[in-house]
Design a protein around this ligand. Structure first.
Ligand SMILES: Nc1ncnc2c1ncn2[C@@H]1O[C@H](COP(=O)(O)OP(=O)(O)O)[C@@H](O)[C@H]1O
Ligand SMILES: [Mg+2]
Length: 423
């Protein structure tokens, strides 16, 4: 048993004892009124850095160079041309906007771009830039050629977006001088602004037009996701994933890089917890994978989580289920807007549109099995469609929820409701 797992087992034992109130041997000397702590249990991490599990954050998986990026070939080629020109002429790369759903690789590309240019990278969330002074505080640290990265740039207020026009075009900032009661124009070094957004529709047209390069990152295919999973398995966990396990994880990754890494992390966590020694590929079985999915409340068919299932149930409930046979149902769709849908789902509207919907709007393969576990047919269709009047469910979403209901009888999705009949 290595040091990490023995420490981990000791921690588990201590926590178990604690939870089971198994501390008879500790007799209180003086009876004191219990002190009320705001946080009930604090487990201090006393392991050294080397002992800490390695894969903890997005950053650990984040490629540093183009050659480490999977897929997105055309984008990489385009950016490599820009970088070659930058190296030759020294003129900074045009302001660039990365578009795409959460977890697709926008931050990664911004990072790699700055890295490959060999310039400094200043990263800020749009929600942190509330005033002109906030903006100026970031800009004043920028040197010639640097990259300034504004994440979720659509969240900037109109006023700050307008302020950026001059910054991006003329490399000037106008600041109020209270003593002179006048606006003073400050010159700033030429730099590259990189924006990332899940919602380009929320950007002002003039700001959008000042990004000379707009890059739409594409959803990944199964092979690309499988490669990411296998590479991360080797690089971060020092384990070779069995091909069929990597492939199943890839198929459940909702075409998104971050989901792929999260699934891998969850699988490795459960493998680590169950294995006394080092996790080897023989530990990573389909049974273990299914166990992980059950814990994580992810379906074994297409990889949806609780929030996505809730979304589908609420959406279908709004419509009328008109025909119902074993697995085939049809709905008479009644559109619903994202605002009421977000309320019904207890989610932010931006979570619905930026995280839940992108996958549901893409072609999803749904497999049907007969009672003998033989593959009956595979249906390929989006689950949801956007119409002018709102979102509508497509028939495969109803089929999916029906399959979920039968999985529930086998112990999946405890406490979830799949009642799609509207009241
Ligand atoms: N093309 C890719 N190849 C390899 N890993 C990727 C790729 N795109 C994203 N990742 C990884 O997926 C995770 C999420 O990517 P990120 O850039 O943070 O997404 P976004 O900013 O679009 O939400 C990160 O760990 C990142 O390193
Ligand atoms: Mg990001």
């Amino acid at each position: 048993m290595n040091a990490t797992s023995s420490i981990k087992q000791n921690l588990y034992r201590l926590l178990n004892n604690f939870i089971n109130n198994d501390h008879d041997d500790v007799k209180p000397v003086v009876e004191k009124k219990p002190k009320v702590y705001r946080n009930r249990i604090v487990v201090k991490d006393m392991r050294t850095i080397d002992e800490k599990p390695k894969a903890m954050k997005d950053n650990d998986f984040r490629p540093k160079k183009f050659e480490q990026i999977e897929g997105q070939k055309e984008t990489i080629e385009l950016l490599q041309i820009k970088i070659a020109a930058f190296r030759k002429t020294g003129t900074s790369i045009v302001h660039t906007l990365f578009l795409g759903p959460s977890g697709i690789g926008k931050t990664t590309f911004a990072n790699v771009l700055a890295n490959e240019m060999g310039v400094r990278f200043h990263q800020v969330m749009a929600t942190k830039i509330k005033t002109d002074a906030d903006l100026y505080n970031i800009i004043k640290n920028i040197e010639e050629g640097d990259v300034m990265f504004i994440d979720e740039i659509h969240a900037l207020s109109d006023k700050i977006q307008e302020h950026l026009y001059g910054v991006m075009e003329d490399f000037t900032v106008s600041l109020e001088d209270k003593n002179l009661n006048t606006l003073v124009l400050h010159r700033i070094p030429r730099f590259t602004l990189i924006g990332a957004t899940t919602h380009s529709g929320d950007l002002n047209a003039p700001l959008l037009s000042r990004f000379q390069l707009k890059v739409h990152l594409l959803p990944y295919n199964v092979q690309e996701l499988k490669n990411m999973i296998i590479t991360a398995g080797e690089r971060i966990y020092d384990v070779t994933l069995p091909s069929e396990i990597a492939e199943k994880l890839a198929r459940l990754s909702r075409r998104t890089a971050r989901v792929a890494y999260n699934l891998l992390r969850s699988l490795m966590d459960i493998a680590e917890a169950q294995t006394p020694g080092k996790v080897t590929s023989s530990v990573l079985t389909m049974d273990l994978l299914f166990k992980m999915l059950k814990y994580e409340k992810i379906d074994p068919l297409v990889g949806l989580d609780v929030a996505s299932r809730k979304y589908l149930v609420e959406l279908i409930k709004e419509s009328k289920v008109v025909r119902s046979t074993a697995y085939v149902e049809a709905v008479k769709p009644i559109p619903i807007g994202t605002k009421p849908l977000a309320t019904l789902c207890n989610q932010q509207e931006s979570t619905i549109t930026g995280m839940i919907e992108p996958y549901l709007l893409s072609e999803i393969e749904l497999a049907f099995w007969d009672n003998e576990q033989k593959l009956n047919k595979v249906e390929k269709s989006p689950f949801v469609r956007i119409t002018k009047r709102g979102r509508i469910p497509l028939p495969s979403s109803v089929n999916y929820i029906n399959i979920c209901r039968s999985l529930q009888k086998q112990g999946w999705f405890v406490n979830e409701s799949f009642n799609i009949k509207s009241e």
